[in-house]
Design a protein around this ligand. Structure first.
Ligand SMILES: Nc1ncnc2c1ncn2[C@@H]1O[C@H](COP(=O)(O)OP(=O)(O)OP(=O)(O)O)[C@@H](O)[C@H]1O
Length: 239
């Protein structure tokens, strides 16, 4: 694979670069801890992967390595043909803003902002994602909020005054806006009942398909795996 660093504000990678590719990743939280090791993955653009494994095996750590929030002790992560370790911290931040949507367990929504302002936030942080929603990020946000069945009278309400299920869908809309190449989702359906979980996943993956976005989705609940092209089990291998 041709790994390169894109100039600022240019789409990363070539059309043939995998969305996510890892090699021989290891991470250690503390010097006395046995290193966590991770199987290699290669996910093509537009493909979706389900990552499953018992509590404590390293699923969240893996997502943090993929997002560049943590630096591996060994091995490499390339997103859309760009190797994260080849970027300075500020370029890595820019790369994340331009090309990555995240939906985490705690949603990480900005509590004092409305649903609409949370969804359009990536377009304020990334010119690339703003231009992908041109001429109007609010128009795209309205489309996503409607598709994710958030009633219109809630769009201008602060997110802290919404239900957990509604906040999860707001976080999904925020991850999808501006068509980033990759979405990383860490247990985003943990608070939903089975029907709502399946519905949420169908909506998320359909919207990702429209945009050609790859999704790596982590969950304890292996019943969800049938929604995905690929499955991977983390079994807690240590180096
Ligand atoms: N901040 C941290 N400092 C030290 N050790 C940590 C830290 N975060 C996680 N760990 C350890 O790293 C290992 C993997 O944790 P991680 O949170 O990645 O697992 P997980 O599979 O996502 O778990 P869960 O399904 O319960 O969320 C665990 O042994 C955990 O105790």
């Amino acid at each position: 694979m041709n790994i390169r660093t894109p100039p600022d504000n240019q789409p990363a990678g070539g059309t043939d670069a995998p969305a996510i590719q890892t090699r021989a990743l290891e991470f250690q939280w503390r010097p006395q801890q046995k290193p966590l090791t991770f199987p290699d993955i290669c996910l093509q653009p537009g493909e979706h992967m389900f990552l499953h494994g018992p509590s404590g095996v390293g699923k969240s750590t893996f997502l943090s390595l993929l997002s560049g929030m943590l630096t591996p002790r060994k091995g490499t992560v390339a997103l859309l043909g760009t190797e994260l370790s080849g970027l300075t911290a500020s370029r890595r931040d820019r790369f994340r803003a331009d090309h990555l949507g995240v939906i985490f367990q705690q949603f990480n929504l900005v509590p004092y902002l409305t649903a609409m302002a949370n969804v359009t936030l990536p377009c304020r942080l990334s010119r690339l994602r703003k231009s992908a929603t041109a001429p109007n990020a609010h128009h795209e946000a309205r489309r996503l909020l409607s598709a994710l069945t958030i009633p219109e009278d809630l769009w201008n309400r602060k997110v802290t005054r919404l239900s957990i299920g509604q906040q999860q869908r707001i976080a999904a809309a925020r991850a999808l806006i501006g068509a980033p190449g990759v979405i990383l989702a860490d247990e985003p359906t943990s608070a939903l009942d089975t029907d709502n979980r399946d519905r949420f996943l169908d909506l998320l993956l359909n919207l990702a398909n429209e945009r050609g976005t790859s999704v790596l989705f982590v969950s304890h609940d292996h019943r969800l795996s049938s929604h995905f092209h690929h499955h991977m089990e983390l079994s807690g291998g240590h180096a």
